[in-house]
Write a protein that binds this ligand. Structure first.
Ligand code: PSU
Ligand code: MN
Length: 303
């Protein structure tokens, strides 16, 4: 198994010494944010993990090899490559990308799989995939939800974007037996806003409790990870009312253009960035950094 993975030296050393490591995904870089902000954010997230006392491991497939930790030149190359040229990898695509010798960015699902293979138990991202609006006809439910149910990694996110159906996403996570733990509040956060108007199923206020819950799931023989939903800092949040018309417009354009399958989430994210240029991106950056800090504290408690 391990020979399929290529470790960055600092990540390998940190894991060998049982020091905290935080996995980071790469689809947010290639399909989630525009260049050059994507590169700047990827670097700042890594720096934030380091400042918080953990080692960052950005995960991607480069020329058919799973890389656990990227050097800066590789990170830059990935950020500069147009998203259309990089495979978007979920559980279904990972082995195929290796067999084809291609380059691919890992979604939350694929990053969880690779992190688990590498022995990393904590992972920070921005938003997860979920149940799309209109899923009752489109059947569009992200594989991220099923991955959370089967792979033992603690994922720190800021909730799910309003492009998704939040009540249905919460229901599916409950059905799949995924703990959804709000950090420090009772409400489920909604990405750009701190409060979705829905209650979070679980709440914890201490990163050490979150770490312990993750380890106890494994001790209990429960497969699967846990989702930690961390509200965006107050100073950076955007009121829900501001985002609703933007999201509605992006969804209407996706429908009119017949966008389907893997293209749906990247299309919506890109249109929202274009429509709000500046504000939604600033909020997105702030919440990713905030998640990186919390993940580092959880990883330290687990190590
Ligand atoms: N949601 C965001 N930003 C993102 C993604 C989702 O707010 O960058 C990315 C993540 O990589 C996530 C993936 O795992 O999109 C989900 O894609 P899909 O909906 O096709 O499963
Ligand atoms: Mn989908």
């Amino acid at each position: 198994m391990k020979d399929l993975l290529v470790f960055a030296p600092e990540v390998e050393q940190a894991l060998a010494a049982n020091r905290p490591v935080v996995a980071l995904e790469s689809t947010i870089i290639t399909h989630g944010m525009p260049y050059p902000q994507n590169l700047e954010v990827a670097r700042r997230v890594e720096a934030t993990v380091r400042e918080a006392g953990a080692t960052p491991a950005t995960i991607a497939v480069i020329d058919g090899r799973i890389r656990i930790g990227l050097d800066d030149a590789t990170l830059q190359g990935l950020a500069e490559t147009p998203g259309a040229q990089v495979m978007k990898l979920s559980r279904a695509d990972l082995a195929a990308c290796l067999a084809l010798g291609r380059t691919g960015a890992t979604t939350v699902a694929a990053t969880m799989i690779c992190a688990h293979l590498a022995g990393i138990r904590t992972f920070a991202t921005g938003g997860i995939g979920g149940v799309h609006r209109g899923a009752e006809t489109s059947f569009d439910i992200s594989a991220d939800l099923h991955e959370l149910a089967r792979t033992p990694v603690t994922v720190v996110a800021a909730g799910a974007k309003a492009i998704l159906d939040l009540p249905k996403t919460r229901e599916v996570l409950e059905t799949l037996g995924v703990p959804v733990i709000a950090f420090g509040q009772d409400a489920l956060p909604a990405f750009w806003s701190r409060d979705s108007g829905l209650a979070a199923p679980l709440r914890m206020d201490d990163p050490a409790q979150i770490a312990r819950a993750g380890l106890l799931r494994t001790d209990l023989g429960l497969s699967g990870g846990q989702l930690v939903v961390n509200p965006i800092p107050e100073a950076d949040e955007i009121p829900r009312a501001t985002m609703i018309p933007v999201v509605e417009q992006a969804l209407a354009e996706a429908e009119a253009q017949g966008i389907a399958a893997k293209s749906v989430t990247p299309f919506l994210l890109q249109r929202i960035f274009e429509l709000t240029r500046g504000r939604s991106l600033d909020a997105n950056i702030a919440l990713v950094l905030n998640n990186a800090r919390l993940a580092a504290r959880i990883a330290a408690a687990m190590a």
